[in-house]
Design a protein around this ligand. Structure first.
Ligand SMILES: Cc1cc2nc3c(=O)[nH]c(=O)nc-3n(C[C@H](O)[C@H](O)[C@H](O)COP(=O)(O)OP(=O)(O)OC[C@H]3O[C@@H](n4cnc5c(N)ncnc54)[C@H](O)[C@@H]3O)c2cc1C
Length: 464
């Protein structure tokens, strides 16, 4: 079956990231002719992989953690996704952490793990007068994570309605902002609650690398008869009478379809249609990855994830003119309970704007990456002194421009644009947004989005 088929495809999915793959699997259970069209040679989008030097060094460029490890409802998160994909969680071989994770700010250290009592006890020990408010917050978060309208536009205000201590408010907001806040300043209480529940209540785990997870999703999609076109960037969408009729690839091939789902982003999809939609995001990332020849625990790294702030009164705004080392995220890829030793990859990330970077002068770009990495490593040795004596076998550094190049997201935004569609609908009757810009942030969030938008906007309308 070729892209230029005489018959239109039942469903055309733009993008083979996690939302596109999940949507593809879901739609292929109901429609005969489903195609995923991906610009790159590899799947995964923002959470993909690459090899460095030789095939031994497979780097997952994202994958700090997969959330929703311990389901709290059959109708939410992990179980909802697995049931809809017709897959079992065990297939993905996602292992729990071997060490707890940490939130640290000056004067405050909290631990969290897949057992939510770890965080609760940590809060009770450091902030005894706040424990009742914290428990109320956790109960409300579960409710707020399923509402249609957020109760508060500002998650800090939401937190302050339960907690008086500014230190505890800052500590609880930190991992959530780092893990998925799509706009600077603040996010609303609904998205905050979805992320809080996914990470801090349901906990996390990891496959040995993201490739194994993507391979399983791809196998499932193909087994249902789905077609995958890689190295096939879509250059434009042809709109006719309020509907998308076809996608034209950069090489001129034309793909006609009845329904279209796009994970390219709201404003990016608007551009493909010749329209202006949404509001592009600004949040991207600088990341240093070091691959070591020994388990990371041997360098004293006994955190699985670590969200660190250098000040309690941090703001969720990227200054843009310096290394934003006020907030740093660490992940130790081999600190999960793998049956065989995992990749001893240590990741250090900070948030950054694409506008801080330029490729005009290659030497200056390389020097800037080195400067950012050295600044992050200097701070890191304060937390993990033994690491300063170790030399990585291979290191890799990427900037917002790298993310932009490999994902087509302008500015290398990692959590999508500043506007979300929530119900997936666009101005066009048969075109829907999935993934980050529908509000499904993170690996599990993107897959949830692919499933839900397929169900609500594509499969139900077929049935109706
Ligand atoms: C460094 C980093 C670390 C992260 N760590 C984690 C983590 O530990 N845990 C977690 O849960 N989440 C993490 N995330 C976030 C997570 O990766 C994303 O939220 C999620 O992958 C988004 O998936 P998506 O399907 O919405 O979009 P994308 O992954 O952006 O997929 C969109 C796809 O569409 C393709 N595309 C775009 N335009 C076109 C076009 N015109 N034609 C054809 N194809 C097109 C792109 O190439 C891409 O493959 C991380 C992100 C980054 C960048």
């Amino acid at each position: 079956m070729s892209a230029e088929s005489p018959q239109p495809w039942d469903v055309v999915i733009i993008g083979g990231g996690l939302s596109g793959l999940a949507a593809g699997i879901r739609c292929a259970q109901f429609f005969k002719r489903v195609v995923i069209v991906e610009a790159h040679s590899k799947l995964g989008g923002l959470n993909s992989y690459y090899h460095k030097l030789d095939r031994r060094h497979l780097f997952s460029n994202g994958l700090h953690t997969v959330t929703n490890f311990r389901p709290t409802s059959r109708r939410w998160g992990r179980d909802l996704v697995m049931r809809n994909l017709g897959m079992s969680w065990d297939e993905f071989e996602i292992r729990p952490p071997r060490y707890p994770s940490r939130i640290s700010l000056p004067g405050v250290t909290l631990a969290f793990d897949n057992d939510p009592r770890v965080l609760e006890e940590s809060v009770a020990a450091r902030f005894p007068s706040e424990i009742d408010g914290f428990r109320r917050l956790c109960a409300v978060v579960e409710k707020e994570s399923v509402v249609l309208q957020a109760s508060h536009a500002d998650c800090f205000e939401f937190l302050r309605s339960f907690i008086a201590s500014p230190e505890l408010v800052a500590a609880l907001a930190l991992p959530i902002l780092c893990y998925g806040a799509h706009q600077e300043g603040t996010i609303d209480s609904r998205l905050f609650s979805i992320l809080f529940r996914s990470l801090l209540i349901e906990g996390c785990g990891s496959p040995v690398d993201i490739k194994s997870m993507l391979d399983r999703l791809q196998t499932r999609f193909r087994s249902l008869g789905g077609e995958l076109l890689t190295r096939s960037p879509i250059a434009s969408l042809t709109v006719d009478g309020g509907r998308v009729r076809a996608a034209t690839l950069a090489d001129g091939r034309v793909i006609e379809g009845v329904r279209f789902l796009s994970s390219a982003g709201l404003s990016e999809t608007g551009k493909l249609c010749g329209s202006q939609w949404g509001k592009p995001g600004t949040i991207s990332v600088f990341q240093w990855i070091g691959a070591y020849d020994r388990p990371l625990e041997q360098f004293g790294i006994r955190d699985t994830l670590h969200f660190a702030a250098s000040r309690v009164d941090y703001t969720w705004r990227i200054p843009g003119d310096r290394v934003f080392s006020d907030l740093i995220t660490y992940s130790a890829n081999d600190n999960y309970a793998f049956p065989q030793p995992g990749h001893a990859h240590f990741k250090i990330s900070c948030f950054s704007h694409a506008s801080e970077w330029s490729l005009a002068d290659r030497d200056a770009y390389a020097a800037q990456k080195r400067r950012y990495a050295d600044e992050l490593l200097r701070i890191t040795y304060g937390y993990y002194p033994e690491l300063s004596q170790a030399r990585p076998l291979v290191e890799d550094l990427f900037s917002p421009l790298t993310v932009e190049r490999y994902t087509h997201h302008p500015g290398g935004t990692i959590y999508g644009g500043a506007e979300k569609t929530w119900d997936g609908r666009t101005a066009l009757q048969n075109l829907f947004i999935i993934g980050n810009d529908q509000g499904g942030v993170g690996i599990m969030g993107a897959m949830t989005s692919g499933v839900l938008v397929s169900n609500l906007q594509v499969i139900l309308s077929k049935a109706g």
